[in-house]
Design a protein. Structure first.
Length: 594
């Protein structure tokens, strides 16, 4: 359309109220010719029409009249034939665009065929309507259910596609059940969490069954459904089930730690797990909580010291007048009995029968005090020993004193794992000082660190904790952080006692998320042991310890608990027979460091 001339815009002397004629036309303002002139903006309204303007507004407001086309006889409050034809043309084009969106993406403007431009009607050579009239027409076109404008057309259905499968060599051998901890690591963070509620819900049935089997003298009605239940009407002891909470007075105040930080936005420094202080003291108190209530457990200091926050337990006793619970006994979800095992013997290639899985940790490759010769002998042994079928590196891959520094042994570690993966399956877990996320579960070390090893089909960078099936054995374990954290919150003296306590509690990390850093999961708890493993390991310890645990229930297989020594402290490899996990061998490659 040709633009309105500047002369037309300036023509006529403005009169108060005359602007209404731009929106309402018709014979009430004068004859037809004058109305057309007002619309064009070249004729000013008569002064007599100003007084009648309000009445005109009432009558004309409901009418959404389109601008009269030049050259056609205007009709008050209606559309000319030319305008109707143009509306129909716009409707047809809108429907075509709507159909084009359904059929596929619209080509770019530059790619539109020339023929499409030819279909556009040529502009009328006559005088164009007032600039305000298109807004009136737009309101008429955009009326409800018009289906004319592109904005009213439904958007095309978005075809979402799944992310491409992980074809990296380090992820090509992930089996069902092995990806549990990777899945939890991808969960988005929430401000609050219900992890303890999930833990209690998952383990309540297990601990209730165990309590009933241990305390058969307690009537069934005395196993109360929650802590809020009134035990006054019950004879004898009652049993509550809940999650333990340990009040530790020696624990640092996190708010004060942030308050004492140098900068307001400073993050708290990552603590070295080997240098963390013990938080357990004789002044600690133990509570039992569920979703409704909490009650303080009356126990001796020695008994309180055995527990930490996060255990799901059943407590037997009675409620005192002070509202506390005099506790006679506490039981965990399951009970294992230790069985004696022979001392570990070196692996003799001539007498070795069956296949073995090798467990080693704490290589600390690139550390200034690394025993490179001992590591070379271990690699040579593992590559030439045909009896070794599977190798699991239980964390502690790189050696670095400062967690902010880049590991110095990246290339050496890559070369070592590439050499090992040429002969057997190699799974590598990250540890506390390895370049992975701080919170548990830790995600696998990045494939960039293993440019050579990742090309081997038998190499896998895995999560920490980690579970897998090797032969007929279910293997589960971690790099040792949950054991060290449990020991600093309790009076447990040895890593083996802590590891067996976790097995009885059916929890990989009981102290998470209280003192062991983890994400605040809302719909699941990755630390629950869903299925009892045949091999349960923890890496990065000063001494080698292993113990066979036989379950109380008949017909269930036992569990070998192994505390794997850190290689840089005790250069050795632990070998477990896949046919009989009670057959444990050890191969040493140097002397223990002080």
């Amino acid at each position: 359309m040709a633009p309105v001339s500047k002369k037309a815009k300036l023509g006529g002397k403005p009169v108060a109220g005359g602007g209404l004629n731009r929106f309402f036309g018709g014979s009430k303002f004068g004859d037809t010719a004058k109305d057309a002139g007002v619309v064009a903006g070249s004729v000013a309204p008569a002064p007599a029409a100003v007084a009648a303007a309000p009445a005109v507004v009432k009558e004309a407001a409901p009418v959404a009249a389109a601008a009269p086309a030049a050259g056609a006889a205007p009709v008050s409050g209606g559309l000319t034939d030319t305008q109707k034809q143009r509306i129909e043309e716009n409707r047809r084009k809108a429907l075509e665009r709507k159909q084009a969106k359904k059929d596929g993406p619209t080509p770019h403007k530059a790619e539109l065929p020339v023929a499409a431009a030819a279909e556009t009607p040529a502009p009328s050579p006559l005088k164009s309507p007032s600039p305000v009239k298109p807004s009136v027409m737009d309101r008429a076109l955009k009326r409800k259910d018009s289906g004319i404008t592109p904005e009213k057309a439904p958007l095309p259905v978005e075809h979402r596609q799944n992310a491409p499968a992980d074809n990296r060599p380090d992820a090509s051998h992930i089996l069902p059940g092995e990806d549990k901890f990777r899945t939890f690591g991808k969960v988005s963070w929430m401000q609050y969490n219900s992890l303890y509620a999930v833990r209690l819900d998952k383990l309540r049935g297990e601990v209730l069954a165990q309590a009933r089997s241990l305390w058969s003298d307690v009537p069934a009605r005395n196993f109360l459904p929650n802590i809020t239940a009134n035990p006054a009407g019950y004879e004898g002891d009652v049993v509550f089930i809940g999650v333990t909470f340990k009040e530790m007075l020696s624990r640092d105040n996190v708010i004060n730690q942030y308050k004492d930080a140098i900068w307001a936005t400073s993050c708290l420094p990552e603590e070295d797990v080997d240098a963390q202080k013990n938080l357990c003291s004789d002044a600690d108190a133990l509570w039992l909580e569920d979703a409704n209530f909490r009650i303080k457990l009356e126990l001796s200091a020695e008994e309180v010291a055995k527990f930490a926050t996060g255990f799901v337990v059943a407590a037997r006793g009675s409620v005192t007048a002070k509202g506390q619970f005099t506790t006679k006994s506490i039981c965990l979800p399951q009970t294992f009995a230790p069985k004696p095992m022979p001392a570990a013997q070196p692996l003799n290639p001539e007498t070795a029968t069956g296949q073995y899985v090798a467990l080693l940790s704490g290589l600390c490759i690139g550390a200034p005090d690394e025993d490179v010769d001992a590591r070379s002998r271990a690699v040579e042994f593992l590559t030439k020993q045909a009896a070794v079928e599977h190798i699991i590196v239980c964390g502690g891959v790189y050696g670095r004193s400062n967690l902010q520094d880049v590991p110095a042994g990246l290339e050496d570690a890559d070369r070592v794992f590439a050499q090992l993966a040429e002969n057997c399956q190699v799974d590598v877990l990250p540890g506390h000082k390895d370049p992975s996320n701080l919170s548990l579960p830790q995600m696998p070390l990045h494939p960039y660190f293993f440019r050579s090893a990742r090309k081997c089909s038998q190499f896998k960078s895995v999560s920490n904790p980690y579970q897998c099936s090797v032969g007929d054995l279910e293997i589960l374990g971690h790099a040792g952080q949950p054991i060290r954290d449990l020991m600093r919150c309790t009076s447990i003296a040895t890593p083996m006692q802590a590891l067996t306590t976790c097995l009885d509690a059916r929890l990989l990390g009981p102290t998470a998320p209280d003192t062991l850093v983890t994400q605040p999961f809302e719909k699941g708890d990755p630390f629950i042991i869903d299925k009892t493993p045949q091999v349960f390991f923890s890496g990065g310890h000063s001494e080698l310890e292993f113990e066979w645990r036989e379950p109380a229930a008949a017909g269930s297989s036992g569990t070998l608990c192994v505390c794997v020594p850190a290689f840089h402290k005790l250069p050795s490899v632990v070998l477990v027979n896949l046919k009989d996990p009670r057959d444990v061998r050890v191969q040493e490659f140097g002397t223990k460091q002080a």
